[in-house]
Design a protein around this ligand. Structure first.
Ligand SMILES: *Cc1c(COP(=O)(O)O)cnc(C)c1O
Length: 236
């Protein structure tokens, strides 16, 4: 097995089994994605529906179908149909309006329900999309979304501000976990909050400590220019 497969396995072995690893694969080639799936990865994340994810998914054929595909980028309205064709989960619902746009198209895409996560802009950053980290706004959104019959709200996702020192991200993860716990208690017909998607290559340890059960990891597995995989004591 190559380095990518090795990196995946080491990471898988180093974190608790209940934590799902979504292998963030933007800008990676079909061969790289194939290697990670063959090493056992079951969840692939992509940021660009078309052409990137679409072409990759098609070119991987049956191998692609061994994994669940998570959309983790910004979803444009004109890409929703194609997104529904590829993705098993859309992690980046940033508004009621977006949820409604998706809901309208699910049946036409030959599905009955698409699982989605609400994206939380936990740092209230202008450069990021997402719901503000405000429980009353989130509750209201969840209740409003109850009329949408073709989506199921299964989790929350946050990026949080990016810091050199992942400790600085901790308060944003803590906040998102609190919102997650509070929203779980809101019972609506089409919500069942189970997944808290937070933590990336430089912050996943802190995120797991704060209650994440899904991390999205790219560079730690695939490598990145200018940064050694072994730089930060993640993999030894
Ligand atoms: C690229 C990306 C990741 C992974 O980032 P790394 O630092 O490479 O691990 C996680 N989440 C989202 C939304 C991304 O776009």
């Amino acid at each position: 097995m190559g380095k990518i497969g090795d990196n995946y396995k080491k990471l898988r072995d180093s974190i608790p089994p209940y934590v799902t690893i979504v292998v963030a694969s933007k800008m990676r080639t079909p061969d790289e994605v194939k290697e990670v799936i063959q090493a056992g990865a079951e969840d692939i994340g992509e940021n660009y529906v078309y052409p990137e994810a679409f072409d990759k998914y098609q070119s991987l054929g049956d191998i692609a179908k061994k994994a669940r595909w998570h959309f983790i980028g910004h979803l444009q309205k004109n890409k929703i149909n194609k997104a529904l064709f590829i993705f098993n989960v859309i992690q980046t619902i940033e508004s009621f309006r977006k949820a409604k746009e998706i809901d309208k198209r699910v049946k036409g895409a030959g599905k009955s329900i698409i699982p989605v996560f609400l994206e939380i802009n936990s740092g209230r950053e202008e450069s990021k999309t997402g719901f503000p980290p405000d429980i009353s706004i989130l509750k209201e959104a969840l209740v409003k979304m109850e009329e949408l019959k073709h989506i199921k709200i299964k989790g929350l996702m946050t990026m949080g501000p990016r810091f050199g020192d992942p400790e600085e991200a901790r308060p944003y993860f803590k906040l998102t976990k609190e919102l997650f716990e509070q929203l779980k208690d809101v019972e609506t017909k089409n919500s069942e909050l189970e997944t808290l998607s937070m933590g990336m290559s430089n912050s996943y340890k802190v995120a797991i400590e704060e209650g994440s059960n899904m991390v999205r990891i790219g560079s730690l597995i695939y490598g990145s220019q200018g940064r050694s995989l072994h730089c930060c004591g993640f993999l030894t």
